[in-house]
Ligand binder design. Structure first.
Ligand SMILES: Cc1ncc(COP(=O)(O)O)c(C=O)c1O
Length: 375
């Protein structure tokens, strides 16, 4: 025994060079990983083109149908990525729960995977989360913890209390996604539309837009990324001023826009941001649902399509042709009693009606006439 010992040596028990401080769940981990990469792998989704009027000749608008994933949203891909990342990092212990802070969609997808893998699951959700989303989580065997405060702080506490693992999508989404590989949303999109100019989508974690931007740069595609941001989200100012300390009230559009700039949102991957009024997001959602494109979306898809329309208008103004894609994030039936209920919208102070003719008219004629109050 030497007189001066390093901290590590002091902690070591004699002869324990191979001590297994961490439980050896390797067999279980390998089984889970193989299943997520095998029979439970996210599916390749179809793309719907929304035909544009002749005034927009040379411009194309695509919607990637992520709501067709088995757990109903693009978060199916995130849940698979986060679980693989956590399993490969040795963070999950057989029999111990996974805990997530989520506005619902991520939690639904994680509940789906956890049920398939036999992992207990807790979702800490804002108490304003749509009833349908909470039911979807419990129907999949998950536990819902609605809170009025900061969901991340509560999720950490719940994980400590139950000896589980806090998945922390807002930190890990961007690093869990495999953006180099040839499987995932970006590779699928670029295989289907190789000369795509813009990918437009709101940011919740920012994980999807970050992974698409990285994949585009990695593969040498000219694709650029635009993030339409709802009212009261911190992302726009965080991006514009390159200031990660910006905060705001938090958004009204479920799943996107955050009260602070989350670690998973990587501003340098975003080429353009557009502020979108909640009324415009909801109107776009309603117009899509009423149309005959077989698109019945939630509100964040409304924000995405509105952003895509603004990008298309900019291209037309500059006399350019090009292709723009966005995402059908999740389905309308998760919001029957919220964004599809006029009384609920009135209670929230969202009046989507003035925007309806603007969106309808644009998709029918290509003319763009925003309501008086928003000009
Ligand atoms: C319905 C919905 N749309 C869009 C998003 C944004 O996706 P991302 O987290 O990849 O930024 C989310 C994220 O929670 C969501 O739930």
């Amino acid at each position: 025994m030497t007189l001066v010992e390093s901290a590590t040596e002091q902690r070591r028990v004699e002869g324990d060079d191979e001590s297994d401080v961490y439980p050896d769940d390797r067999g279980w981990v390998i089984d889970c990983v193989q299943r997520i990469r095998g029979d439970l792998a996210p599916e390749e989704t179809a793309i719907t083109e929304i035909p544009l009027p002749s005034k927009l000749t040379g411009l194309r608008l695509y919607v990637k149908r992520e709501a067709d994933q088995p757990s109903g949203s693009h978060k199916h891909r995130l849940a698979a990525a986060l679980l693989l990342h956590a399993l490969a990092s040795g963070w999950l212990v057989k029999g111990r729960p996974v805990v997530e802070a989520s506005s619902g969609s991520t939690a639904i997808s994680e509940a789906w995977y956890c049920r398939k893998l036999g992992i207990p699951f807790y979702a800490v959700v804002p108490d304003t989360t749509a009833t349908e989303k909470k039911k979807a989580i419990t129907d999949l065997g998950g536990n819902v913890v609605p809170v009025s405060g900061d969901i991340v702080t509560y999720a950490r506490r719940v994980a400590d209390r139950f000896g589980g693992h806090f998945m922390d999508q807002f930190t890990y989404a961007e690093r869990a996604y495999d953006w180099r590989g040839d499987e995932g949303l970006a590779p699928e999109l670029l295989r289907a539309v190789p000369d795509l100019d813009w990918f437009v989508m709101g940011a919740g974690t920012g994980g999807t837009t970050t992974s698409v931007a990285r994949h585009a740069r990695y593969t040498g595609s000219g694709l650029k990324v635009c993030v339409p941001d709802p009212e009261h989200s911190a992302y726009f100012d965080g991006w514009f001023w390159r200031d990660p300390t910006v905060t705001d009230k938090g958004s009204h559009i479920e799943g996107i826009g955050r009260p602070r700039v989350e670690p998973s949102f990587v501003p340098t991957t975003v080429n353009r941001m557009i502020r979108v009024h909640d009324a415009a997001s909801v109107a776009t959602m309603r117009v899509l649902a009423a149309g005959d494109w077989n698109i019945a979306p939630g509100p964040s898809t409304g924000t995405g399509v509105f952003g895509a329309i603004r990008v298309l208008l900019g291209m037309r103004e500059q006399g350019r042709t090009g292709k723009v894609a966005t995402v059908l994030c999740d389905p309308a039936d998760r919001y029957t009693h919220e964004y599809y209920d006029d009384d609920w919208l009135k209670e929230q102070g969202i009046d989507h009606r003035p925007w309806m003719p603007t969106i309808e008219n644009f998709l029918r004629t290509g003319d763009w006439t925003p309501p008086e109050t928003f000009r």
